[in-house]
Design a protein around this ligand. Structure first.
Ligand SMILES: [Zn+2]
Length: 275
């Protein structure tokens, strides 16, 4: 062992017990493989803490190579890609739990977050680094990246894709009483990597998991948290951040397009562990 720094974000023990009756709270291990400033490593650590506040239950340990992983291990690095803008990098799950893992079947064991150093420096300057790193870590954990695999995405490629998970849908109907759709509106515009993999920007505005991150201060709603419950995690919706739908016609905050001007590439199809 050695050669890299590690940050471990661990869910609160009391909440993990209350929500999931586990004495092994959900843990995200971030391995820093290099190329990141102190402030950038801090942003990864803060993002992992933010997610471990909302996803709290243990997942079955999984063996990758000669190491046991409890619960998710993310390899983070800064590299040179193409300078400011254009390609931000790669973020997504790389190894998924086996079909025998019960409710955790198909949930990530490992993931990668590998970003262009020039873009990280710009985001640090602009004050968006924390939200963008948190957003990308959400993809590693499965938001948008595992929906189709889990059978929870309907209408991909059409004008009206929706996420059909029951928990997220209930939260959406609380946000918008009277909503009649069969699911939560999913992004129907933008390029590959944006559409079908985020909440719909035109509906959800500043929610962190739309395809476009605005200025800092983008909340993670109960709907996002519940969507991880739909994927098979044990979550604490009460840990979500205050969020309301934007008022109709409300002025939009300036938006940084991330997946078009700043493209993130899903790192290929993840490997599913054998039983
Ligand atoms: Zn995204």
């Amino acid at each position: 062992m050695g050669g890299f720094e590690v940050y471990r974000a661990v869910a609160d023990a009391d909440r993990a017990w209350a929500v999931a009756e586990t004495e092994s709270p959900f843990t995200i291990e971030v391995r820093f493989l290099g190329g990141l400033s102190d402030a950038q490593r801090d942003a990864f650590a803060a993002a992992a803490d933010r997610w471990a506040g909302m996803i709290v239950g243990d997942l079955p340990d999984a063996r990758v190579g000669d190491e046991m992983v409890d619960d998710v291990r993310i390899e983070a690095s800064g590299i040179e890609i193409d300078g400011p803008s254009a390609v931000l990098g790669r973020a997504g799950p790389t190894v998924l739990r086996s079909a025998s893992a019960g409710p955790a079947a198909g949930l990530p064991v490992t993931g990668i977050m590998e970003f262009d150093s020039a873009d990280l420096a710009e985001m640090e300057q602009a004050g968006t680094l924390h939200d963008v790193i948190t957003h990308e870590m959400g993809h590693v954990l499965g938001l948008g990246t595992l929906w189709s695999r889990k059978g929870l995405l309907r209408g991909a490629g059409t004008a009206d894709p929706v996420f059909t998970g029951a928990g997220a849908l209930a939260e959406y109907r609380t946000l918008r009483p009277g909503a009649t759709g069969a699911g939560v509106p999913v992004e129907n515009a933008g390029g590959q990597g944006t559409r079908d993999g985020h909440w719909r920007e035109s509906v959800f505005g500043d929610e962190l998991m739309t395809g476009f991150v605005g200025e800092s201060g983008n909340p993670l709603s109960r709907m996002s948290v519940a969507s991880f419950g739909d994927l098979g995690y044990q979550v604490d919706p009460d840990a979500a951040e205050a969020y309301a739908l934007p008022a109709p016609g409300a002025a939009r905050r300036h938006k940084l397009e991330r997946h078009t001007l700043l493209r993130t590439i899903t790192p290929g199809q993840p490997t599913v562990l054998a039983d």
